[in-house]
Design a binder for this molecule. Structure first.
Ligand code: CAA
Length: 407
């Protein structure tokens, strides 16, 4: 039985910050953010655009664009590290908004940026086991990356969601179930304590943890895993675009069995390989910023909506979640995937965002820190918003959303 990705869709908040302007405001050379990190813009979520809002809008788009009926969905999982409640999952709000069947399995997964990929793999196994009985699974990766204003991590924020439908006989790509590598280790590279809205990161250490996890999970994927030269594309978790370049270099070094130095022919080979197999699929990440669980899948969206690759060509997929857990797997493109390119392409959504001045961005950040407890209202008009399912405050400790009747 073939199992893989049947449908995919992206959604992001309606505002962004220009990275060069942010650098100037912080007294930093713009090239540090645009070239050093590889980021052009980052999406900024206003207080009304929480992860419930992002997840619902991405999944509605996936079902609508691929003509999937709510009754077809038998499992719904939201992978996130931006939960809105210690107990109640985002997934049940999505279940309500989409009108999914009441026998749908519904839950949330968390392991930093790995949560959604873990769910994608698990639902593949659910389908293979026969328990899906022909139904599909809807996985949503939804996150808001939030670091302190003026910190070194500030330029690696972002917000968005990718909805992924997994099924048998998929439209877009198929999982190679015989090749899969994993890695887990308890490290303190990035975390967000219960009392904090902002993440804590040991930035340079987190980069070395990511690269170590890539090496170990790739080695765990075994000898059947194709070499980089046999792959049409290599996709990675993208906390910032430059990280994907560091990852591809590490991938290369693991295959060579030694580190490569700048100025050597091996370094030139790595650069050419990166330019062919990874860089073309990073344009959307450079426009959106880090979206944690969804970053890897945004790179996949970039590939599916713009590549000239042929059916049957293979792609390596590396997921990393701080803390940490990682997986290395192989997908292949299926016959006819090209016909979905235009519907998947999020270009117009990205171009329609409105630019925030740095002063406006800082106001958003300060308001995002305000916690509404028992009751309170947020007015979407204060943020110039037009979309549906916006978070509009609390009533009797219950979160309220525009267009959802929640008690
Ligand atoms: N022109 C061009 N490049 C410049 C430059 C200039 N004027 N000034 C600096 N640079 C380059 C630097 O040389 C460096 O490039 P290399 O890494 O290739 O050497 C790059 O810009 C960044 O400079 P710094 O390393 O000095 O930047 P920093 O210390 O201020 O912070 C960071 C960078 C550590 C990524 C920080 O933003 C951070 O902590 N971010 C959050 C943590 C993170 O994203 N970690 C990624 C791995 S963990 C993970 O993937 C999970 C997750 O999603 C969080």
């Amino acid at each position: 039985m073939k199992v893989g990705i049947d449908a995919i869709a992206f959604y992001t908040p309606q505002h962004y910050v220009d990275m060069a302007e942010l650098a100037v405001a912080r007294g930093i050379e713009p090239e540090k953010f645009t070239l050093g990190l590889g980021q052009e813009r980052m999406s900024i979520a206003t207080p009304c655009e929480d992860t419930v809002h992002l997840a619902i809008n991405a999944s509605l788009k996936a079902l609508r664009d691929f003509d999937i009926h709510p009754e077809d969905i038998g499992t719904l999982v939201v992978g996130t590290e931006t939960g809105i409640d210690h107990s109640k999952p985002i997934a049940v709000y999505v279940h309500h908004a989409l009108g999914l069947p009441d026998n749908c399995i519904t839950y949330e997964t968390k392991h930093a940026c790995f949560g959604a990929m873990a769910a994608v793999t698990s639902v593949g196994d659910w389908i293979i086991s026969g328990r899906a009985k022909g139904k599909k699974a809807l996985i949503i990766a939804a996150d808001i990356a939030n670091y302190p204003v003026k910190s070194s991590a500030e330029p690696t924020q972002g917000a968005g969601a990718v909805a992924i439908v997994v099924s048998e006989d998929p439209n877009l790509c198929e999982f190679d179930r015989s090749i899969h590598g994993y890695f887990t280790k308890n490290v303190m590279d990035f975390w967000r304590p219960l009392y904090s809205k902002e993440a804590f990161a040991d930035g340079h250490y987190s980069i070395s943890c990511y690269l170590d996890a890539l090496e170990k999970s790739k080695l765990d994927s075994g000898e059947k895993a194709p070499a980089i030269t046999e792959l049409a594309a290599c996709l990675y978790h993208v906390p910032f675009v430059k990280m994907a370049s560091k990852a591809h270099q590490k991938n290369f070094e693991v295959e060579l069995g030694h580190a490569i130095e700048k100025g050597t022919p091996e370094f030139d080979q790595f650069k050419a390989s990166f330019a062919e197999k990874t860089q073309p699929w990073l344009a959307f990440n450079s426009q959106v910023g880090n979206i944690y669980t969804a970053s890897l899948f945004l790179s996949l969206i970039n590939l599916l909506s713009s590549s000239e690759l042929k059916a049957g060509e293979t792609v390596s997929v590396f997921s990393y979640g701080s803390g940490c857990a990682a997986s290395y797997s192989i997908f292949s493109l299926v016959e006819g995937y090209e016909r979905w390119k235009a519907v998947i392409d999020p270009g117009s959504l990205l171009n329609e965002r409105r630019k925030l001045s740095i002063a406006e961005y800082e106001r958003v950040m300060s308001k995002r820190d305000e916690v509404i407890k028992e009751s309170g209202v947020i007015n979407p008009e204060d943020w110039d918003l037009t979309s549906n399912y916006l978070y509009i405050g609390n009533r009797n400790h219950i979160r309220q959303y525009s267009g959802l009747n929640i008690g």
